[in-house]
Design a protein around this ligand. Sequence first.
Ligand code: SF4
Ligand code: SF4
Length: 717
Amino acid sequence: MALPSPTGNWIGVVLFVLIAVAGLTLFGMRAGELITLLVKARREDRTDHVDDRIGQFFLVVLGQSGVLRDPIPGIAHFFTFWGFIIIQFGLLNLMLRAFNVSLPFFGDNHGFAVALDAFIIFVTIALVVFAFRRAVIRPKQLSSFLHGPWDGFIILGLILAILVTLALVEIFDYAASDGASWSLFGAWFGPSVSGLGTDTNLILFRIFWFIHILIFFGFLVYLPRSKHLHLMATPFNVFFSSYAPKGALPLMENLEEREDYGVSKPEQFTWKQLLDGYACTECGRCNTVCPATNTGKPLFPKEIILGVKEALFVQSNQILGENTLWSGLGVAGVKADETAREKEAHHEPMVGGIITNDALWACTTCRACMEICPVSIEHVPTIVDMRRHLVMEESDFPTEVTSLFNNIERNFNPWEISNDTRAQWAAGLDIPLMSENPDADVLYWVGCMGSFDQRNKKVATAVAKILKAANVNFAILGPEEWCTGDPARRIGNEYLWQMMAQQNIETLDSYGFNRTDAHNGLNGHAAGNGVAGVASKHRTILTACPHCFNTIKNEYPQLGGDYEVVHHTVFIDRLLTDEKITLPEDFDERKLTYHDPCYIGRYNDVYDEPRRVLTVLNTNGITEMRRNRNKSFCCGGGGGRAWMEEKIGKRVNQTRVNEALETGAEVLAAACPFCITMFDDGIKGVEAEDKMQIEDISEIVAQAIEAQQEQESSARI
Ligand code: SF4
Ligand code: SF4
């Protein structure tokens, strides 16, 4: 038996064509507007690493690996995503029936028909889970200042309506065709409606077919105007995610000749930063891990991304030109529901209005938000771009940062201390300067904290002891070492970072550390240091500071400085593996926990080495904190926050110290001078000095080496 026509006659076909053309036109206009906004944004090349991008697309988009990290909504999302794709084929097939054709393979395939109906059931269950979560559980992370809750319910309702009408179409199609148009729902429920008669079933089939088509095109028109725009944008956002080193902020080129410094208007962002806004699913996972959000600061990473999108849409008519086709037809900014905050946003600038300065200054650049985001959104560069505008265009930054900038610029370190005294911590330790030992295999980059901060000088001393115990041929730069510029860059002072970086690169290149041949033209040494003629070889820069490590390793290449840089935890682990040092096993009997610093952990994936070193030394191994490894909670000192006062909410360092105390550990092992400073302060803040002490891994190792040496010398006696 021939399958019944859903349109009946040419009038039905014309009606269908009109609905389809109207839906596709309205959809296309909005899509055109959205794409044009991206085209007009700042350019950025994201076409490298094509193989990796395709792999990531399969894993994150088709495999839904990002959302599946959160099992219940993740599984529901998985079925919705795949259901959506499979239902599209069913839908296309149904539409083609208007012209008496069907899709090859899918058209008359019982296997596909079963899969289609199975997904109708799965997606319906998923919708119930989503609705229950939104209406009953109401996790705080799902709400937004810039959107009311209705948008989500409208989308859930539209998807449900598509599913229900599809099932009804199948049932009456089956009954009207006497089972010729086979489907699972048809076979289950068709016989029970066949008593209505073929004519009635045919009419009902056509009515539900038109309703189904109308709802589908309504959904298509509404989708790109709603928060569910992410359904269209996410695959692209994942595909175009960054393959630059995670720790590298984008370089601001041509500093002397630029017209703008940083971003104050949405159109100054790159197209990828704007695409981030389109792709945000508003899941709020980033809020749940943000140390600022969690300690009561006015920073919600999700709202930063949505704020940029909001500012873009508010400005879209101006960006596109008032007289464009889009704005003329009023398709920009159609919203399901508008919150009071969103209405205010129409009259506010992006930076300092929709996105407050306090929110921007609260960020520790810990990268927890980027790590957890299921759709590869890049919050930190966006925040730093807006900080750059505040610092370099407005001179509007926390007052306490002024002295930091001045000191770095004048003294090449964050304090009012002459850089000539940089090597004083090493007095009496018999540590050569690079100018005295230009052949050194290892340059120990001490960093400002290790050089000048009383507490961290002890760490510098411990590192030097380890290097000596391992007979490493090393030297330090002393006054030739300048601040790497990391805090300045993260606060937004790109100019100062570049100034510091260029000088340090010149110094490092002059000693032949650059791996790039072009920089080793003088066989490893440039004129100016009184050294010459040392054969070029790859040598290592070692540092105990994750911030120095990250910026030299990942950011100095932007200015031509390409070095082998190793964090001291990795270096010590290598010394142990190569048996350059031997440590008394189970030397440390104290209960110990370890804090992953953001700038070696999340930014550089150094998780195992510090743990291996500590495990060798400690009888009990490591008692992990609730949040560890890539989920570690920031100490509060990154992103220049160590140099700013914390006036709002709870203190981040105390929050983390309390987590460490929950483990019952006596020692909080650290691997970053900023973490040590923040935690020393945090321990005092929670009055736990008698319960826990902070020690750098190098200090624990140095103690073990000393104990070993003592044992050996007493054995000799
Ligand atoms: S980088 Fe860290 S502090 Fe900044 S927004 Fe992301 S999670 Fe929050
Ligand atoms: S930025 Fe990412 S993690 Fe945050 S709400 Fe959007 S999709 Fe979720």
